[in-house]
Design a protein around this ligand. Structure first.
Ligand code: AP5
Length: 220
């Protein structure tokens, strides 16, 4: 089962990807997480990506495609994967289609988490992340047991650089201009599944579960 989680910044892609990993046992491929790991490691790729990410822009298609190609070919992706934050441009979507064709695979579902803009700003301003294990939280909607501390590994939680209000506005604009046209791209290919992403985390988990359990493996 090969799934794309699609939606604007803060729609809940990472949150729901964690759920799908646990529920369906397929790995999450998050280009944002891979890029943040490269930034943390101060690799040449990370150094090139950092200022673009901090400003809320998109890293070059070439860099992102290189990361995805390598990751998707690993053995744990053999029986399926969840793409989170990729593709984000039409060239990325075209390259993914060619890549999968070469591997004898295809996308089964593109799940679009449809969330109102005001809700997105609330979610991103309250997001906190564990820098050690990557687990995500929200100060009000998905709070850790002890404020500011990761439930899973006990590390101090941090706020992402790109979650500052002015950067969030830029990320939303980049999404509108460069990523939202992909809705039409996937609609035309019969792959798009819309989910109302404004509900609680548990509501959305239920909707995703029904969709994936009911349709796993069926290609429209
Ligand atoms: P990336 O990390 O992919 O960021 P994003 O797409 O902007 O998505 P987010 O991680 O901000 O949000 P999310 O949808 O995962 O929401 P989350 O689950 O955390 O990319 C970062 C940057 O990397 C990009 O700006 C770009 O520079 C670069 N990049 C990455 N991929 C690229 C690509 N393909 N091409 C080029 N550049 C690329 O939820 C948000 C918050 O809301 C959390 O606090 C969560 O607890 C809370 N929450 C979630 N669901 C709910 C709910 N139902 N109710 C209440 N709260 C909720």
């Amino acid at each position: 089962m090969n799934v794309i989680l699609f939606g604007p910044p803060g729609a809940g892609k990472g949150t729901q990807a964690q759920f799908i990993v646990e529920r369906f046992g397929i790995p999450q491929i998050s280009t944002g997480d891979m890029l943040r790991a490269a930034v943390k490691a101060q690799s040449p790729l990370g150094v090139a990506a950092k200022s673009i990410m901090d400003a809320g822009g998109l890293v070059s298609d070439e860099i992102v495609l290189g990361l995805v190609k390598e990751r998707i070919s690993e053995p744990d992706c053999r029986d399926g994967f969840i793409l989170d934050g990729f593709p984000r441009t039409t060239p990325q979507a075209d390259a993914l289609t060619s890549l999968l064709k070469g591997l004898g695979k295809h996308i089964d579902h593109v799940i679009s988490l449809d969330v109102d803009s005001a809700e997105i700003v609330q979610r991103l301003s309250g997001r906190r992340t564990c820098p050690a294990c990557g687990k995500g939280y929200h100060v009000a909607y998905d709070a850790p047991k002890v404020a500011g501390i990761c439930d899973a590994c006990g590390s101090a939680l941090v706020q992402r650089n790109d979650d500052r209000v002015e950067t969030v506005q830029n990320r939303l604009e980049v999404y509108r201009q460069q990523t939202s046209p992909l809705k039409e791209y996937f609609e035309q290919r019969g792959l798009m599944r819309h989910i109302d992403g404004n509900g609680t985390i548990q509501d959305i988990q239920g909707q995703i579960c029904s969709l994936l359990k009911g349709n796993a493996g069926d290609r429209p």
